[in-house]
Design a protein around this ligand. Structure first.
Ligand code: AMP
Length: 117
């Protein structure tokens, strides 16, 4: 079993994108979340939505984030789907922990739609 990641690393890639230190193909931003295209899309539409806060994973986020941020984040996920025009057909996914295939340890949701390339 891969090692558990328990503490937030402020130098992870998505933290750098949030701080504007790395570029991203941004499609949506509000007070709670940022959304940008996945650099290696696994379908015709593949966008990542990340909260504006230091949370390692879904488990961490849902346990620790203030209610306003949790509500704002999930509302932003819906807004992203509408903005992409995929609200009638898409998948949400979140890999959790090394055992769940998580590679970047800033909580994120994959918004995926369309035929796989
Ligand atoms: P996971 O942690 O398994 O949910 O996967 C992280 C996702 O982030 C992968 O789909 C990567 O292609 C994507 N990714 C990694 N670096 C970047 C980046 N700089 N910009 C956009 N997407 C990225």
């Amino acid at each position: 079993m891969p090692a558990k990641v328990t503490s937030y690393d402020r130098n992870n890639i998505f933290a750098k994108i949030l701080r504007g230190e790395l570029p991203s193909k941004k499609i949506y931003e509000d007070d709670f979340a940022l959304a940008f295209h996945d650099i290696h899309p696994k379908a015709a539409i593949h966008v990542l939505v990340i909260p504006k806060g230091e949370y390692v994973s879904f488990v961490d986020f849902t346990a620790l984030a203030p209610p306003e941020l949790q509500a704002g984040f999930w509302r932003a996920v819906g807004a992203v789907a509408r903005k992409l025009g995929v609200e009638d057909g898409f998948r949400l996914a979140s890999n959790i922990g090394p055992g769940g295939g998580q590679v970047v340890f800033h909580f994120h949701v994959h918004v995926v739609s369309g035929p796989r390339p």
